[in-house]
Design a protein around this ligand. Structure first.
Ligand SMILES: [Fe+2]
Length: 161
């Protein structure tokens, strides 16, 4: 088994996951058009996600690899809200936040494994980049956690009108 085989495979998975999440977040920006505060939070999340994809791509290139063109199963982690239509339901922003929260935790787990494997295999630069991404993911999970009570209350209030 090649020395870096798993590290490369997991970086490719992480790239596919970030791309899948970015696609989903682009739809959510539209979904939140009537909710500027939430929309700007989703936009920040989208910008960070695009940055992460670029950083992971750079890590792959430092190993003379490139992102796989094949859609990995990990891409679907971010695609769970794909079927959702803007305005389809009064709780759609809450449902999107729940899906994002779940995706964030998949990312957190993935970057933890990447940091450990990069460190063990002597790629301190990749470990450091993944650590920076991990801190973004943790901050985003916290933001989602803090937003969900407000989105829950709003869904209930709208449901009563
Ligand atoms: Fe990310």
């Amino acid at each position: 088994m090649a020395h870096n085989e798993f590290l490369v495979a997991w970086l490719k998975d992480a790239y596919a996951m970030e791309k899948g999440i970015a696609e989903s977040l682009e739809r959510q920006v539209e979904l939140a058009k009537d909710h500027p505060t939430v929309q700007s939070g989703i936009q920040r999340h989208l910008d960070a996600t695009n940055r992460h994809a670029e950083t992971v791509k750079g890590c792959l290139e430092s190993l003379d690899e490139s992102p796989s063109g094949v859609k990995s199963a990990m891409a679907s982690v971010g695609g769970m809200v794909q079927g959702m239509m803007p305005g389809a339901a009064k709780d759609d922003l809450l449902k999107a936040a729940m899906q994002d929260y779940s995706a964030e935790h998949m990312e957190i787990a993935s970057y933890r494994s990447l940091i450990l494997s990069a460190t063990e295999l002597g790629h301190a630069d990749i470990a450091q980049k993944c650590q920076t991404i991990l801190e973004d993911e943790q901050a985003m999970a916290l933001w989602l956690e803090e937003s969900m009570p407000m989105l829950t209350r709003e869904a209930i209030l709208q449901g009563q009108t």
